[in-house]
Structure formats: structure tokens, C-alpha cells
Design a binder for this molecule. Structure first.
Ligand code: SF4
Ligand code: SF4
Length: 503
């Protein structure tokens, strides 16, 4: 049983059922997980934090389920891209994602045959070294699914070089309309637990801690059962559940550090250095175990489709599925006038072209929101935005400074600490979009140094017997590389931000 103590940060948003729009609990299995097989997918080469992959196929090529269609250049901070359907490449074209990223995309027409690569079979030997574990995860194209999309193998490498003792698994999904992480836990608890344990072992951690909101009984039960089952295979690890209060934005690493360890982390500090811990999203751990145990690259994901008038849905779709194909399956025609938001309703981006807007690796939710026009007025100095800001900022003051182009003063006021949670805009009775201004400023100028530990320094090789990399999933040659290269020189590390920002 998890201990009774409840952890939390202060402030943020806690408003009873107001944020509890989607069907969070109890889960109704019939509507929990609907599988959608789209007629085509649009696979952007950049779905992660880093540089785009390079298309490994061309128009007219046949593609199988699991096949690598995008490959990272050596030395780049990037991950490969895989197809979740079989069919034929219709074209490769540049697209613009709602977050402003312009990237090449491989468009594949589905032949509906679901022809899989022969290599997508469960791995017979699961006694993997740390190097093999990281290599498989890197070749599977896995990046953080909780929002920021940092390549998972790179983050594991960094944790390994720091020799952390705590491996934290973020099961604290608190965004309105979002239940995809909770779905992953309830539907695939063994994968989440075993993925976390395997990753924890690969970085040398001693303790795995699942962070769960106390109200999510079904998740807690599922995790408890799976932890019991996994215990004998991972008896070198202490595995426990830590309960948190329901509060938004619970789960951001600096707030977790405050709640769990009682420590403040500055923007230029890391969880590894300050708390001897590293944190990963639970859906990312599920993807890791799929790669490690089943040899399946990151080509599908669970997405919540929900809103204040649309009920709750969680769909399992190939990465790249256009939003229009999902909406056609789950939303009634009465909802056609609503706003479609790529992401959650607090920080997501409204889109107008669902035909050309794909689900990417970090898309956790599609929100359908009624088109209520918020009356906008000047600031009435109510102070609500400061009361809710989890980073203890004064959003109204910072907003004014930025409006007057006083960037230095805004920095001194702490603007760069903004985690773009959206809480201030949500509570503002004047309808001022504080988040866009402050978060946009906070995100400026964050770069990843060349030669950082988070770069991939491994060549992706074509295995013997294959004429091109486009014929394989890349998981066939997992033993080739070691992501720990450069680990002796942590001074070269430049940490990208870890939460809340758009990629
Ligand atoms: S978006 Fe930024 S300024 Fe607004 S409440 Fe969240 S952390 Fe504070
Ligand atoms: S919540 Fe809006 S109206 Fe109230 S102080 Fe902040 S900016 Fe001004």
C-alpha cells in the first residue's frame, strides 16, 4: 500500500470538478481505448526537442508497419521516425505544425493491410546491458511523451552519468481534458512498471517512485498489482508509490522537487544535481518497454479527445494520424462549430486545418471547446494571477513590463521561470492572455550546445542484408552504440528545459 502522506506544491489551480471534464474515474472500459486506423498519416521529421530527422524514403516507396522513414544525422540532437501503418509514400513535403515548427513530413497512404516488418517480434533475451537498453530506446525513436519531447535515450544517458538514486515516474497528469497517461497506466500497467524498472536499472538508480494523484484509485490499484508482479524480476530496486494532491500543474519537475524533496530548483539547475533524481512520464516508460520487450518502435500513441461538451475518449492511433480522421470517428456532427485545440485547453493551440494537422509524439490531447467569446477588459488588479502562479511570479506586472518592452526588468522579476502552465490566463477575469506573452519571452534563447551530453553521437547503421535504412526499424542493430559517450565530462552539459514548453 502507498503511504498516506500527500505531497503537493502550493498555488496552481485546484477547483474541484471544474477541470475534471473528461471521464477520469471510474474508467469505463468500453469507451476507454478506441483504435483508429487512418487512411493516411503525416509524419513530421521533427516531433521532438532537437533537430529534424532526415527522410529515409522517397515518394512511391512501399512502407511496412514499424519501418524507419526518418533517420537522425550523426551528431545531431534528434531521434528516428517510424511508420505505424503499411502503405506507400505519396509525397514528402514541408509542413508547418501548429507550434510554428516548419519541418519536412513523409505522407503515407494506408493500404489497410497492416503488413509488419518481420523484425517486430518479442525479444527472446531480456537480460540487456545498460548500453543495449539505451541503444534500443534511442533506435526506437522514443522521446518524452509528456510535452517537451526530449529524446529519452539522451536523458537516460545524462542520468546515468550523474548516477542518480531516485527514478521518478510522473503519473500526475493534471491538465484538463487529458486522461491519456491514466489510460496508459490502467490499460498497460505492467509495461509502465517494467519499462520504468528497466530504465532505472540502466541508469543505476536504486529506487523507482511512481507519483500518482491520490484520487486516481484505479491507477493506484493497477500499479500496485504490477509492482508486486515485477518485484521478483527487479528485486535490486525499491519500488514505491507516492501520492500527491490533485492540483494543476502537478508533475512539473521543479514543483515535484518542491513537494517531494522540499527543495527549490533554479532554472539553471537540474533535478539530478539538486535532488539526486530524474523524472520521466509514465507513457514514455510504456513506450520503452514496448521497444525493449516487443521490439516495437515509437509509432503509436494514446491521445485523449475530450471537451466540455464532447464526453471523454481515448484513442490509440498511429503517430501522424490527421486530427480530422480522429474527430470523424469520435465527435458528433453537433460539435462542428467548436474550437479544435491541439493540446490541452490551457496551453494548447487552436487549429483550423485538421486535415493537415497530425498527432505527433508529444500530442497527448485534442480539446474540443465551445466557442465562448471571453469579454476582454484592461487589468482590474484583482491579483488572481499572482495567487495562482505556481512559480510565485506576478504575471500582471511582468505582462505590463513586456508590453512596454522592458525585457531586462521582466527578467529580474523572474519571467524566465515561467513554465507556461496557462493558469494565469485561465483565472484572469479580464480575459488577458498573460501566458502567451510571458511564456513566449521565457522560451526565447534556450539552446542546446553542440557536444552536449544530450546529443546523439552514434551513427545509425544499415544492418547487414538490408539495402537501405528505409527497409528496417533500426531496432535490429541495437547493440551498436553507447549513449554514455562523453559522460565523464558533465561540465559540458547544457540542460534544455524539462517541462511545460512547446517544442
Ligand atoms: S503561465 Fe507562467 S506566469 Fe502564468 S501562472 Fe503559469 S508559470 Fe505563472
Ligand atoms: S488576473 Fe488579470 S485582471 Fe487580475 S490582476 Fe491578473 S492580469 Fe489583472
Amino acid at each position: 500500500m502507498p503511504e498516506r502522506k500527500l505531497y503537493s506544491f502550493y498555488k496552481g489551480i485546484f477547483s474541484g470538478d471544474v477541470l475534471n471534464f473528461s471521464k477520469r474515474s471510474p474508467f469505463v472500459r468500453e469507451i476507454m481505448l478506441e483504435r483508429i486506423n487512418p487512411t493516411r498519416i503525416i509524419l513530421p521529421m521533427k516531433m521532438h526537442y532537437g533537430v529534424p530527422a532526415i527522410p529515409a524514403v522517397k515518394a512511391g516507396d512501399a512502407v511496412k508497419v514499424g519501418q524507419c522513414v526518418g533517420i537522425p544525422a550523426k551528431g545531431s540532437f534528434s531521434v528516428p521516425v517510424h511508420s505505424g501503418i503499411s502503405g506507400r509514400v505519396s509525397q514528402i513535403q514541408e509542413i508547418r505544425l501548429p507550434n510554428g515548427i516548419i519541418t519536412p513530413a513523409v505522407i503515407i497512404e494506408n493500404d489497410m493491410k497492416r503488413t509488419r516488418l518481420d523484425s517486430l517480434v518479442p525479444r527472446s533475451n531480456l537480460k540487456l546491458s545498460a548500453t543495449e537498453t539505451l541503444s534500443i530506446i534511442r533506435n526506437a525513436g522514443i522521446c518524452g511523451m509528456g510535452g517537451e519531447g526530449i529524446p529519452t535515450a539522451a536523458k537516460l544517458s545524462r542520468a546515468r552519468s550523474k548516477v542518480v538514486s531516485d527514478f521518478l515516474v510522473n503519473c500526475l497528469q493534471s491538465e484538463p481534458y487529458s486522461t491519456c497517461d491514466l489510460t496508459a497506466i490502467v490499460e498497460y500497467p505492467d509495461y509502465c512498471v517494467r519499462g520504468a524498472c528497466a530504465c532505472a536499472r540502466s541508469v543505476g538508480a536504486k529506487r523507482v517512485r511512481f507519483l500518482v494523484s491520490s484520487g486516481r484509485k484505479s491507477c493506484i490499484t493497477a500499479l500496485e498489482n504490477s509492482i508486486t508482479k515485477a518485484g521478483k524480476d527487479f528485486n535490486d530496486l525499491t519500488i514505491e508509490i507516492k501520492l500527491f494532491r490533485e492540483r494543476f500543474p502537478q508533475g512539473y519537475y521543479r514543483l515535484v522537487a518542491r513537494a517531494l524533496y522540499g527543495k527549490e530548483i533554479r532554472a539553471d539547475e537540474t533535478l539530478e544535481d539538486t535532488c539526486d533524481a530524474v523524472i520521466f512520464n509514465c507513457s514514455t516508460m510504456l513506450a520503452c518497454w514496448e521497444a525493449l520487450a516487443d521490439n516495437i518502435p515509437m509509432m503509436n500513441r494514446i491521445v485523449s479527445v475530450s471537451g466540455d461538451s464532447s464526453g471523454g475518449h481515448n484513442v490509440l492511433v498511429p503517430v501522424g494520424t490527421p486530427l480530422s480522421e480522429i474527430l470523424a470517428n469520435v465527435i458528433s456532427s453537433n460539435d462542428s462549430d467548436n474550437r479544435i485545440v491541439w493540446g490541452n485547453c490551457l496551453t494548447g493551440i487552436e487549429i483550423t486545418n485538421p486535415d493537415m494537422t497530425p498527432v505527433i509524439k508529444i500530442t497527448s490531447v485534442i480539446s474540443i471547446i465551445r466557442r465562448n467569446e471571453v469579454p476582454r477588459t484592461p487589468c482590474i488588479h484583482c491579483g488572481l494571477c499572482s495567487e495562482c502562479c505556481p512559480m510565485n511570479l506576478s504575471p500582471d506586472i511582468i505582462y505590463e513590463m513586456l508590453a512596454q518592452d522592458l525585457k531586462q526588468k521582466a527578467s529580474e522579476e523572474g519571467a524566465r521561470d515561467c513554465i507556461s502552465c496557462g493558469s494565469c490566463s485561465y483565472v484572469c477575469p479580464a480575459g488577458i492572455d498573460l501566458t502567451s506573452a510571458i511564456a513566449g519571452f521565457a522560451g526565447e534563447g534556450r539552446v542546446i550546445e553542440v557536444n552536449s551530453l544530450l546529443h546523439n553521437n552514434t551513427e545509425f547503421n544499415v544492418p547487414a542484408g538490408c539495402s537501405s535504412v528505409g527497409e528496417v526499424s533500426l531496432l535490429e542493430n541495437y547493440g551498436d552504440g553507447d549513449d554514455s559517450s562523453g559522460a565523464e565530462d558533465p561540465g559540458r552539459l547544457n540542460l534544455p528545459f524539462e517541462g511545460g514548453k512547446t517544442v
